[in-house]
Design a protein around this ligand. Sequence first.
Ligand code: AAO
Length: 472
Amino acid sequence: QHNPHFFPNRTGIVHLFEWKFKDIARECETYLSPNGFGGVQVSPINENAIVFKRPWFERYQPISYRIITRSGDENDFRNMVTKCNTVGVRVYVDIVVNHMAAGNGQVNGTGGGTAFIPDKSYPNVPYNETHFHETCAINDYNNAVEVRNCELVGLPDLDQSLEYVRARIVNFMNKLIDFGVAGFRMDAAKHMWPNDLSVIYNRLNNLSNYFATGSRPFIYQEVIDLGGEAVKKTEYISLGAVTEFKFSLEISRAFRGHNELKWLKSWGVKWGLLPSKYSLVFVDNHDNQRNGAGGSEILTYKFPKMYVMAVAFMLAHPYGTPRIMSSFFFDFIDQGPPANVSTEEIISPKILSNGTCTNGWVCEHRWTEIVGMIGFRNRVRGEAIANWWDNDNNAIAFCRGNKGFVVFNNEPDDLQLTFNTCLSRGNYCDVISGRKSGNICTGQQISVNEKGKSVIRIKAQSVVAVHSGAKI
Ligand code: AAO
């Protein structure tokens, strides 16, 4: 369960947060595939509670396992999975099975289903109160039993030790596997017992015929572990990958200037991060871009210069399996996705001629710098970091074998130096400021001499990246 099953020469999972399936299918075909992305993470797809003012988090309150949300229905979902696989882009589904929707009386679902809480009745699964733990709140994260057997933010807590509950979850996940998904984000995995998860994962089918025979689903488990609590991320790594929140916190601190970049020379397990093969990494996610784990340190689209450097470092460094956050603009942390005021239908992103998004969508994955670094990561795959350089402070540079070179300047002033790029003689396009278009660079051009040397000017708080796939 540790292999994302990317097609050859692809990398990166884009979290198209709150996108509709029809729009995801089109994005797979027109953008993610041509630009070398590996996969897409979709928001929870099963029927959820309709919450007043439609906050984004209503999708984390399941009503049933029927595929029907504001992103579309089962047919839309199947069509999207088929189209994305057909063009080489994998699909990973955000699975919410730790709990069901909260409420005080009848709760209505996005598919017309209902639930009756607090009697914990979800007739469209069906679940009744015998399928849940006793009502208790999670107050003490130093009590591992409480974290697993009590309610996360008041959400009725399913008992995954019961065969009946396991069967409902396995049936739901196997249905998605048979549609062609490549794996799952396990929401709130920290709040489920590893043994119960192990039983559930072992009952999952092998992946469909879009994959090599015998392929197992890629599982990445949301376990927030920044130290200091009873539940540890390492309890889950034998079952699948784990979301490494320490990566998100430390990389944000570094590029905010709260830690010198020179320390990134040892980036990886020496920083207390999980072994790379178990680590799902990201600069921000949908929770902590809204001040979740990692708090105010976390870099987001709201700090573009620092964010670009952090995402570029994530993609330039070989550590972990990277996930790119693709957001909608928000002012209030509960604010839902861009939607039609009267029908409450989610509005599709509109793609402008320059490739950026409008209609309230940020589309970080379409930023020149970020898509450029996906190309970099694909090109240098398997090449070790070489020739690390730093100025003993906030400017660093390194090669990836003899295929790529990247330099970061987080100093307050521009920098101009002669670097050993490890590249062969020639002219290269900087993939941060632009891209190779035919035989010209739309951004900065970098000239490398016969010794692999190049005089490069890097503006303050920016990055330059070149690779052998962008040679003109
Ligand atoms: C909503 C309302 C609630 C209401 C509830 C039920 O906000 O007031 O009670 O409905 O009516 C999302 C939203 C929730 C929302 C929920 C349901 O974020 O606000 O509740 O949908 O609609 C813990 C879990 C983690 C979870 C996170 C939010 O461990 O799994 O809380 N994330 C996932 C999803 C998330 C979703 C759910 C789970 C629920 O990604 O979007 O919630 O399906 C500490 C602990 C963490 C804990 C955090 C926050 O973190 O370690 O385990 O996450 O606190 O409770 C430092 C520390 C770090 C600490 C952090 C706090 O960084 O080092 O350890 O501070 O942020």
